[in-house]
Design a protein around this ligand. Structure first.
Ligand code: HEM
Length: 278
């Protein structure tokens, strides 16, 4: 297989998405979460963090409790890395998110290769840069503004909670947000607005919001999107207009994967300069 044949890598990723004995039969959602957490450590002010360098290879970052469970995603991708040793982990993890979104019926997200795995453990950004689901709108804004996103992009990105589920043993929360968690759609926004959400303690004693039948759930941070009027306006928009959501999600997710990615020799120099600020 020729080095640089990203279509062959895409095919191989598609083949590992169906996983009969995992979650809802799909590795898709956890692959999306891996791409997001690999990228979402970015800090615009210092230029540190982000997907380039694949710093989640190191225990220091993999062990951030926000990353619990992502070892499954990395493990599912290992055979793909073995098959295509020329692709960097940083490219593989971000590409897998894009392929999974499309596979699950979501929009096509622009993706460019060129990330490198040249970072050593000293490039690992501090733990705690990813959002904490127990918090509210101020916390969400401070985390996403730090990456360079605005309110509209925050809500669009949050629509990824159409996918997958929470696992008590990983985050303390449990259950899926929507009835079909392996199909990309705007159901999450519709449910946020239309269902009665009841604050309840789950089986491990953590407070979350559930529907009347205790089948679906929302995190405190999800509820903040309907409580805060500026966020809510975008929830309403994306609930009514699926095309706008797909378009805006694709743009924001593409932007997320590019945070801090400077290619070529300048990139290396920029990362070394930023690292000094960690
Ligand atoms: C799952 C929190 C934003 C994609 C989760 C889980 C938590 C969480 C607690 C459950 C983890 C587990 O127990 O396995 C948050 C918070 C966010 C946020 C607090 C922002 C305020 C995002 C964004 C994306 C995303 C921006 C992608 C664009 C996902 C996906 C899952 C997930 C796909 C399901 C993973 C699986 O099924 O294993 N999130 N998230 N999240 N999140 Fe988020």
């Amino acid at each position: 297989m020729a080095a640089g044949d990203y279509n062959a890598v895409r095919d191989a990723i598609r083949k590992i998405i169906p996983q009969a004995s995992y979650d809802d039969g799909s590795a898709g959602p956890v692959l999306v979460r891996l791409a997001w957490h690999a990228s979402g450590t970015y800090d615009k002010a210092s230029g540190t963090g982000g997907s380039n360098g694949a710093t989640m290879r190191f225990k220091l970052e993999a062990g951030d409790e926000a990353n619990n469970g992502l070892e499954y995603a990395r493990k599912y991708l290992d055979p793909v890395k073995k098959q295509f040793p020329w692709i960097s982990y940083a490219d593989l993890w971000t590409l897998a998110g894009v392929v999974a979104i499309e596979y699950m019926g979501g929009p096509k997200v622009d993706w460019k290769p060129g990330r490198v795995d040249d970072a050593d453990v000293q490039y690992v950004p501090p733990n705690g840069r990813l959002p904490d689901a127990t918090k509210g709108e101020d916390h969400i804004r401070s985390v996403f503004y730090r990456m360079g996103f605005n309110d509209q992009e925050i809500v669009a990105l949050s629509g990824a909670h159409n996918l997958g589920r929470c696992h008590a043993e990983r985050s303390g929360f449990e259950g899926p947000w929507v009835p079909m968690p392996t199909r990309f759609s705007n159901t999450y926004f519709k449910l946020l607005l239309r269902s009665q959400w009841i604050k309840r303690k789950n089986s491990v004693g953590v407070e979350q919001y559930t529907d009347e039948d205790n089948e679906l759930m929302m995190l405190p941070t999800d509820m903040a999107l309907v409580k805060d009027p500026k966020f809510r306006a975008w929830v309403e928009k994306y609930s009514d207009d699926k095309d706008a959501f797909y378009r805006d999600f694709a743009a924001a997710f593409g932007k997320l994967l590019e945070l801090g990615v400077v290619r070529g020799p300048e990139g290396k120099a920029m990362r070394q300069y930023a690292r000094a600020k960690l």
